[in-house]
Design a binder for this molecule. Structure first.
Ligand code: ADP
Ligand code: MG
Length: 319
């Protein structure tokens, strides 16, 4: 099968590639064309996933398709953007029809879940690698940046942390667990749910936001640096799932929640007066700390004592 047949069969034919709102021209020309309504800005983010680095190889192609797009879409959630479209640059060692079919199905499921249209890409031969670029739209000036946190704001997260990191020994078949533990953890790893609706609900309310991909403490460090403030995280308030606690035990579960990667849950800062309405509207918001004057991220125990450990998130070229 040649490059063009492959694109036609597996990607151009996918339900998520048939066009939709905002897509003036999709797959097939030299560029796709997007319509951006007056008064809105385009939010753009690229993620690359390398076999053996970002996912185990071999792995289930359906789950890989689903997860790759979820990870990319999470950046739109973090900016408060409304999903519009995405491109897929795919590098493959060989053309295997059943692999491509399952991968495209997984991609399509997440695309439809997120409201993202596949509008183009590139297809090349080489070691398995995926690059996804997502496009979203956001009212001009309302994107949630990392730089607006102010002393006195609450530090919040949008859900339980550490599940995907906890799932890794299961993903890598290093450990096993019963379905009550393995199912929720593996679901979080393979099918993260980008918090798109929460991100949009936080527009004009949150003072800063990001999605946690490298671990809570490391990513909070990015907000602290960009906003030139300090963040205090109260360990006891960090939400952890029962499945994770039972699988790893209290202390390792806390470690996974603080430093494990791949959560794709939003972390954001919020003036306290915004909290009651958001909670009343049913958003899954957990207050885990506060913004202070200063710099860096401090971890404290239930009586406020500093227990900041030398823990950091995953860094590709880190020391
Ligand atoms: P060009 O040579 O002009 O860069 P290509 O031959 O690479 O174009 O691709 C032809 C069309 O197919 C383009 O519209 C491109 O965006 C699209 N395309 C290529 N690979 C993919 C893919 N993996 N998924 C979706 N669309 C793709
Ligand atoms: Mg090309």
């Amino acid at each position: 099968m040649g490059e063009f047949e492959l694109i036609r069969n597996f990607f151009a034919a996918a339900p998520c590639a048939q066009g939709g709102e905002g897509v003036a021209l999709g797959i097939g020309d030299d560029c796709a064309l997007l319509d951006v309504p007056h008064g809105e800005q385009l939010a753009i983010s690229t993620d690359t996933l390398v076999a053996g680095v970002h996912f185990a190889d071999p792995c289930d192609p359906f789950l890989l398709g689903q997860r790759s797009l979820a990870v990319a879409a999470s950046d739109l959630a973090a900016m408060g953007a409304t999903p519009l479209a995405f491109t897929l640059a795919l590098t493959l060692p060989t053309v295997q029809a059943d692999w491509l079919q399952a991968f495209a199905r997984g991609l399509n499921v997440m695309a439809q879940h997120c409201g993202l249209q596949l509008i183009g890409g590139d297809t090349t031969r080489g070691p398995l690698c995926l690059t996804l670029t997502v496009f979203g739209r956001v009212p001009t000036g309302q994107a949630l940046k990392r730089s607006g946190a102010r002393p006195g704001d609450l530090l919040c997260v949008g859900g339980e942390l550490g599940n995907a990191a906890g799932a890794l020994p299961l993903v890598l078949s290093q450990r096993t667990a019963g379905p009550l533990i393995s199912e929720p953890l593996l679901a979080h790893y393979w099918s993260p749910q980008p918090q798109l609706a929460l991100g949009q609900a936080l527009r004009g309310k949150a003072t800063s936001a990001l999605d946690i991909s490298d671990g809570l403490l490391a990513d909070c460090g990015h907000i602290a640096a960009a906003s030139q403030v300090g963040l205090v995280v109260e360990l006891d308030r960090v939400p952890i799932s029962l499945a994770l606690e039972e699988f790893l035990g209290d202390s390792a579960a806390q470690q996974a929640a603080l430093s494990g990667g791949d959560d794709y849950v939003l972390a954001f800062t919020l003036p306290a007066l915004e909290l009651p309405t958001l909670l009343a509207d049913g958003w899954p918001i957990h207050v885990i700390g506060r913004v202070v004057e200063g710099q860096g991220v401090q971890l404290v125990d239930d009586i406020g004592q500093d227990i900041t450990a030398p823990v950091r998130g995953y860094q590709h070229f880190g020391v």
